[in-house]
Design a protein around this ligand. Structure first.
Ligand code: ADP
Length: 420
């Protein structure tokens, strides 16, 4: 089958669509003539409103009004018939597909398109439902030239989604170009874009976190090589700060490695069995020096019987160390951290870590498990935080098919609940 019948170059398309366009816009054009006459009566020279005319005509020519294209007459009945066997196939696709006829009317939309954009009644002009001028221009060009086109398009409603919208001609029979339909497909790339953005944000954040201690280390090295070369007192002070900064960098690198290790095995559930009673006792003991230093008491309440969960011991230690350490650090002024374990004997295991500190304002709560998200960056840094603790906790718990619930009241404190 030959394409010759409908292959038109851009200029031809323009002139052949001009008359139908002007016809379609007759109301606007009529109004502008009335305006011109009124301007004449008001004593305004017609040339004075020339720019207005130019803008108006340009707008009319660019508008995406549903105008019939000068393509050969379509034969909808035959076209539709030849499409019949394809309908179940198109409906099975999870990608929105709209089939457009050569006169720009919608012949068919699959179920995914109906779900994404609502029902488009058959024979509706595409331009009556698709508002994007980019998509409409692209469809018109493909109808005119027979060439495949695609553009990236953001759909705001019902929710933000980024699509690669592609239009390709499909010949449905062998009776000439009139049998040709055009497949408009929407490939959703929102998720891929989100992941790309998260990845680049993550790299930017990690570099930023490493750059600060690195810059400080470089500054001190230069001072030690220069002005402080012969000053033992300053040297002692600077070495202590340098040690602190290097430790901060290695903490950050350890946390980053820990996160990437967890990401690699996030889909593999752990198969060991762990008793949470001794595990929580161990965590309390390991944090005792920090609690003493901060003048906080860790009160541990566990059942007498063992509480078994399926899990990885080291990872669960990391979870509770992070939560209890945070409760001690950020809830220091509450003086007390309550750790409670419930469950066992067929009941769901649950651990709550409760502090009586300042709490977390509600707008921050949904985001504090994001990497590098901190309510107060300075407070976190001064408490040796990396901003990755809760992200690690969340990753570990996801792998353990457990949930992390956060309840916080400003001025009263925060409760982190781990539900297995
Ligand atoms: P960090 O290394 O900064 O402690 P986390 O991921 O462990 O990072 O915690 C993220 C942020 O959540 C902290 O910087 C802090 O602002 C807030 N946060 C965590 N736990 C508590 C808590 N118990 N009370 C108040 N704020 C908390």
């Amino acid at each position: 089958m030959s394409d010759e019948g409908i292959v038109l170059d851009g200029a031809k398309v323009f002139w052949r669509t001009l008359l139908p366009r002007l016809k379609a816009e007759r109301w606007i054009l009529g109004l502008s003539v009335v305006l011109a006459v009124l301007a004449g009566f008001a004593g305004i020279h017609v040339l004075a409103i020339l720019p207005f005319w130019i803008v108006l005509v340009a707008a009319v020519l660019n508008r995406s009004a549903p105008v019939a294209q000068p393509v050969p007459e379509a034969a909808p009945a035959t076209v539709e018939k030849s499409m019949d066997p394809l309908i179940p196939v198109l409906n099975a696709l999870d990608m929105p597909v709209i089939v457009v006829a050569a006169d720009e009317t919608v012949l068919f939309q699959n179920l995914a398109a109906e779900k994404a954009f609502g029902t488009i009644p058959k024979d509706t002009y595409l331009s009556a439902r698709v508002r994007s001028p980019g998509i409409l221009d692209m469809v018109r060009e493909t109808i005119a030239t027979g060439k495949i086109n695609q553009i990236e398009h953001t759909e705001r409603l019902p929710s933000d989604a980024i699509y690669v919208v592609r239009v390709a001609p499909a010949d449905t029979g062998d009776e000439g170009p009139a049998q040709r339909v055009f497949l408009l497909t929407y490939r959703d790339i929102s998720q891929a874009r989100r992941i790309d953005r998260m990845r680049s944000d993550f790299v930017a954040n990690a570099s930023h976190e490493l750059r600060t201690p690195l810059a400080s280390l470089r500054g001190f090295i230069e001072t030690l090589q220069g002005p402080a070369r012969n000053d033992p007192k300053a040297q002692e002070k600077f070495f202590a700060i340098m040690h602190e900064q290097a430790t901060r960098m290695s903490r950050l690198v350890d946390d980053l490695l820990s996160l990437s290790r967890l990401e690699l095995k996030s889909h593999i559930a752990p198969d060991d069995t762990v008793d949470l009673v001794p595990l929580l006792g161990h965590v309390r003991d390991s944090l005792a020096p920090l609690a003493r230093e901060l003048d906080v008491t860790i009160a541990l309440d566990v059942p007498d019987a063992p509480v078994f969960v399926q899990g990885d011991r080291d990872e669960l230690v990391e979870v509770f160390e992070n939560l209890i350490e945070n409760a001690c650090k950020y809830g220091q002024e509450g003086k007390r951290v309550d750790v409670r374990l419930t469950g066992g004997e067929g009941h769901q295991a649950e651990v709550t870590v409760k502090d009586h500190g300042p709490g977390i304002p509600a707008e921050h709560v949904p985001r504090i498990t994001e990497r590098f998200y901190r309510v107060n960056v300075e407070a976190s840094r001064s408490k040796k935080g990396t901003g990755l603790g809760l992200a690690i906790v969340k990753h570990i718990l996801t792998r353990h098919r457990a949930r992390l619930l956060i309840h916080s009241e400003v001025g009263k404190g925060t409760i982190f609940t781990v539900r297995f």
